[in-house]
Ligand binder design. Sequence first.
Ligand code: TRP
Length: 336
Amino acid sequence: MSIDQRPIILTGDRPTGQLHLGHFVGSLRSRVGLQDSHHQHILLADAQALTDNADNFEKVRRNIIEVATDYLAVGIDPSKTTICVQSHLPALNELTMLYLNFVTVSRLERNPTIKSEIQMRGFERDIPAGFLCYPVAQAADITAFKASVVPVGEDQIPMIEQTNEVVRRINRQIGRDILPECKALLSSTGRLPGFDGKAKMSKSLGNTIVLNATDKEIKKAVNAMYTDPNHLRVEDPGQVEGNIVFAYLDAFDPNKEEVEELKAHYRRGGLGDGTVKKRLEAVLKKLIEPIRDRRNELAKDPDYIIDVLKAGTEKCQIITQNTLNEVKAGLGMFKF
Ligand code: TRP
């Protein structure tokens, strides 16, 4: 058997809701492309999801299957990509406990993503310890797989930096480079705004388009899209920047040249919002239809999804346990 030389990827999602078009441009699309050139693992980060959903185990449990179904529906192929459930990889917890000894509380409090999430979630006075420490658990995730490439959104860059700090501390303590440093792989398309023009797409804001949206839902979302509020008459010149319809065309329309022509026309004046929206509606319908069909098909056989997750998780149990053993031995822990 030849040794697999492909770079190792670990990526993951918190299973807190069905995935949507923001995930599609931000990560799913590139994962489908990366699964041939890389040795790719995807973590359903249910344990991490609980760090700010401790009162909602039911939601997190239910969404494991939903998100896994989304993965398969967009074309992530379980024969190429290993999909696993984080809470079933106990080695990750052991690594986390070891790593916590190499990280200070003040460093965690300075992590920019943690800082803004504390604010967003109103945790100022009562930060759950599990939440504050999740960057260390994420370092355990990444290093347990010895991943060198981590495809994530920009908000995750501080996690990668903190992971590399842990890697250097552990390697220095051991005296050998057991753990590889990793780098973030950012999606070429920036963050997709919600269809209401809000910077963030989120289920709680109700401004997402899910991957199995019906044609009717797609139409409704596109019609509600924020355009240029000063573009009152068709003949008026319009603004493309900040115009959500164009942001979506940029992200999804395969014909870039025609999109550029449309933008020029819109700026000049003479192109109505309705025409641009019609085009976007058609583009999104074409994109979503096969995903929705496949998703509906997969949803008929939940046992298949469970089998995929079980097989993937078993593989990952071995990988992560091997790394844990290596780290423990390297650090010189007691052994019977
Ligand atoms: N923090 C990531 C998110 O919120 C999810 C995640 C957990 C992850 N573990 C990971 C991402 C390891 C990349 C690598 O989306």
